[in-house]
Design a protein around this ligand. Structure first.
Ligand code: AMP
Ligand code: MG
Length: 353
């Protein structure tokens, strides 16, 4: 299969391309498309064959459910049952936007899409291409991130092409995404709203809308880097994810100490003939004297860090580094989300200085 790339990065969006992609979806094919979080790999959510194709293209375990993307609130009502009041409150506050809600499903969405679960994860993306595609096709679109399973999520069309070229029908290239980290996932099927995956919409923002919110115990790590042992409720959070080829370690502490420690570790690694990558910020970058130094962003602008994280991990793969040292980022708004992804990429390996 030849994967066609269609450029929809300029406004007004080329409606011919949206129509062509819509036809592909309606005929059971796969379309990668931009959202404000990361690129999604979409198929008709009501078509079990399309869902099977998504798992096959990504090499994703079939028990890891897909997120259903919608463009109108009524579509959420059409595919769920016993929808709690919190759903409407959260939708009014955050949709379209980077919040996914897990609700009880009815029979409209097949088990192939939900990984066999009786719940369905639903989100209304805040991206004009994504919304145009959902509206034009008339499909609710099942879409996980458009990467090969286990690789960093794609934040540019070129990342999708690297992973899925030849395996999907087309890619709508809407340029680099806005946020760069996957959506916050909340579970609305229990008494208390529960965060299953941290993202741009944080705990405080959720509490302002629905009151009590808790974190899934299965994703809370203690200072030894291990969880309570509880099983994460989102199947995707149980898998090793986002693992760069180089062995990543996060170094945390005061900035000066971190820089010295990374310089020391880098010198040792280079002495043992290893190729080293360093994830630095714009402030610290020129204080590192060896290694491949990539600037993730500005510590004071956490959006820049989220935006560049996955691209940097992919670039280190291309550079073929053996080890990677990263600074730690305690960013107030998205701190949990950024560190959650980085710690996963590092297999929880941190050095405290
Ligand atoms: P991705 O879009 O690639 O970020 O993957 C979707 C994420 O949503 C995965 O971590 C899934 O495990 C999670 N997810 C999707 N549906 C459900 C559900 N019904 N219950 C819990 N987690 C879900
Ligand atoms: Mg993913």
């Amino acid at each position: 299969m030849i994967t066609k790339i269609m450029d929809v990065s300029e406004e007004p969006i080329n409606i011919d391309y949206i129509r062509e992609a819509s036809e592909i979806l309606k005929n059971g094919g796969l379309v990668a498309f931009p959202t404000e979080t990361v690129y999604g790999l979409g198929g008709d959510a009501t078509d079990m064959e399309a869902s099977r194709k998504i798992y096959a293209a990504k090499g994703r375990p079939s028990d890891n459910p897909l997120i259903v993307h919608i463009a109108r609130y009524e579509q959420l009502e059409a595919i769920t049952e016993n929808l709690p009041k919190t759903a409407k409150l959260l939708a009014d506050a955050f949709w379209p936007g980077p919040l996914t809600m897990v609700c009880n499903k009815n029979q409209v969405i097949p088990y192939e899409t939900t990984g066999g679960l009786d719940t369905v994860a639903v989100r209304m993306p805040n991206n004009p291409v994504a919304l145009a595609l959902i509206n034009e096709s008339g499909c609710m679109i099942a879409a996980p991130s458009a990467n090969t399973s286990g690789r960093p999520s794609p934040t540019k069309a070129s990342h999708v092409y690297e992973d899925l070229s030849g395996k999907i029908d087309c890619i709508l290239d809407g340029g680099p995404v806005d946020i760069g980290l996957e959506s916050t996932i909340v579970d609305l099927t229990e008494d208390v709203v529960t965060i299953l995956r941290p993202g741009f919409i944080n705990m405080d923002m959720l509490r302002e809308v629905v009151g009590e919110v808790r974190m899934d115990p299965g994703i809370v790590y203690n200072d030894k880097g291990t969880t309570s042992g509880a099983r994460p409720k989102a199947p995707g959070m149980r898998y090793k994810h986002y693992a760069p080829k180089g062995d990543l370690t996060i170094v945390s502490g005061d900035e000066d100490d971190v820089v010295s420690k990374i310089n020391e570790l880098t010198a040792q690694a280079i002495a043992s003939d290893l190729k080293v990558g360093i994830i630095a910020t714009s402030v610290t970058a020129d204080r590192y004297d060896q290694g491949q130094i990539l600037v993730i962003g500005d510590r004071a602008d956490e959006k820049s860090i989220a935006h560049n994280l996955y691209d940097i991990l992919r670039r280190f793969d291309e550079l073929g580094v053996d080890v990677i040292y990263s600074e730690s980022f305690s960013t107030p708004q998205m701190g949990q989300a950024i560190m959650n992804r980085l710690l996963k990429a590092a297999g929880q390996k941190t050095i405290e200085v």
